[in-house]
Design a protein around this ligand. Structure first.
Ligand code: TGC
Ligand code: FAD
Length: 389
């Protein structure tokens, strides 16, 4: 298979160090060789390519920006972001898998966990021997997770959990769920292991989006877990929201991968598709669409790189993450829609990746905070007036 080139219209690569380029290129090759040849089949059959998990672990993808002490790659946040970009060029489902494992399961254990929890879980999760999920959203509380109903009550040497979570990536296949529930009215994080009596995680069927990704409900009926399964350092809604910053950061990079895949497909298609005796790429309207796509890719690349540099410098504010997540998801969808249009009827066929990316991006725009919620986060920051309620 021919190597994927990507977009480097403004010599973006000159702003990356050797390690960042090496990491990006190895994940890029991995995706070209191992994921792209099989992804359409998985998408059609609504299955996740489980057999790639050990290979992803070998590449150091899970929790790639966490310390080596726990079996992680200890990469900087730009290299981490480039990994997300390359995975999502293949499919948002595989990036989602890596996002959840690293940013939403390993990160909270690393940040809020006890030494015992870190020593036990992080190497298992980094090596892909165990899979995790993150349960925040509930049937009646999505954008407003602070209203959650799921409760934990202390009873002797246990906490007893009751409630339900919905739309949980990897829920059915996870060995451990990071579950957010109220204990005496305060949001706390709990580790709930697969097989704990009263805990079930049925798969959500019938999705038109993120089909190559497992999505589930989590149900807790008098689920008794030991006291040491509480994440001791998470206190209040800021706990789960802190994890979301990590995942939203990864998404801001990830969707650039979808942009690259759609743009690449549209550009190639337009040069070979003949109408009115000429390639459609020779028509001004098509060129305008391609120019707009390229422009948004270049803008997203620079904004997101600076986001990563701020994160590495410890200066990143969560409102900046919201701005990038919101912008990049919206523009990725616009690019996917324009690419779909340029492919004409072929744009709806699985011979090309654009419709799959387009459908995936509808979820990516919604999860980790909808476009409108991120507008309100930015709005509150710049006006000082909170408009959620
Ligand atoms: P609010 O009063 O604003 O904040 C409560 C406390 O949290 C602090 N805080 C943050 N801390 C860290 N990072 C952030 N981004 C934070 N945002 C707020 C805040 O300072 C406060 O701290 P303290 O110490 O004063 O208590 O909370 P609110 O109830 O008004 O809600 C704010 C809002 C709406 C922005 C928030 O609830 C929100 O972000 N809603 C969107 C929900 C969301 O994004 N859910 C995602 C679920 S996980 C998911 O989708 C995974 S997809 C996985 C995949 O990739 O497959
Ligand atoms: P709602 O909150 O009901 O929003 C519906 C609409 O109302 C949206 O347009 C929204 O922007 C708008 N709206 C809401 N409040 C306001 C307001 N104050 N002002 C203006 N407009 C508003 N969650 C997890 O916890 N873990 C996961 O692993 C996970 N994985 C997911 C995987 C997939 C495939 C999907 C689709 C979702 C996943 N989610 C997960 C859930 C996701 O985070 C939520 O869907 C998202 O936060 C939005 O919540 P909601 O769907 O309940 O929509």
């Amino acid at each position: 298979m021919q190597n994927f080139i990507g977009v480097d219209y403004f010599d973006f690569d000159s702003l990356l160090n050797e390690e960042e380029i090496l990491v990006r290129n190895s994940v890029r090759d991995f995706v070209s060789e191992n994921l792209i040849p099989v992804i359409e089949k998985h998408y059609e059959e609504a299955t996740f390519p489980n057999y790639l998990i050990p290979k992803l672990a070998e590449l150091g993808i899970f929790g790639a920006n966490l310390p080596e002490k726990y079996g992680c790659a200890n990469l900087n946040n730009v290299a981490y972001g480039l990994i997300m970009q390359e995975l999502e060029r293949g499919d948002s489902g595989i990036r989602s898998f890596a996002s959840v494992q690293g940013a939403l399961v390993m990160y909270p254990i690393f940040t809020y966990g006890s030494e015992e929890q870190k020593d036990y879980w992080l190497p298992l999760l980094a090596s892909g021997k165990k899979i995790g999920c993150f349960g925040l959203t509930e049937p009646d509380f999505g954008s407003n997770p602070g209203g959650m109903i799921t409760r934990a009550v202390k009873d002797g040497n246990s906490y007893v959990l009751n409630g339900a979570k919905m739309w949980i990536t990897n829920g059915t296949v996870a060995d451990v769920a990071v579950v957010w529930a109220k204990l005496d009215g305060v949001v706390k994080g709990f580790l709930v292991e697969k097989g704990t009596p009263g805990f079930s995680a049925p798969e959500t069927k019938g999705k038109f989006s993120l089909r190559a990704s497992v999505t589930s409900e989590l149900i807790f009926q008098d689920v008794r877990i030991p006291l040491e399964n509480l994440l001791p350092k998470a206190d209040g809604l800021a706990g789960p929201l802190g994890c979301l910053n990590q995942a939203r950061y990864g998404i801001a990079w990830g969707v650039i991968g979808s942009m690259l895949a759609c743009y690449d497909s549209a550009l190639n298609y337009s040069k070979t598709r003949i109408q009115f005796d000429k390639p459609i790429a020779s028509f001004q309207i098509i060129q305008d669409k391609l120019a707009k796509m390229l422009t948004e890719i270049v803008k997203a690349q620079f904004m997101t790189l600076q986001l990563g540099r701020l994160k590495d410098a410890g200066k990143l504010r969560h409102q900046q993450v919201s701005l990038a997540k919101r912008n990049n998801c919206r523009e990725a969808l616009e690019i996917a829609r324009a690419a779909r249009d340029i492919h004409g009827a072929n744009g709806i066929a699985n011979e090309y990746p654009v419709m799959r990316h387009m459908c995936n991006l509808e979820s990516v725009k919604t999860y980790e905070g909808t476009e409108d919620i991120h507008a309100l986060i930015i709005g509150a920051d710049i006006t000082g007036i909170q408009a959620f309620r």
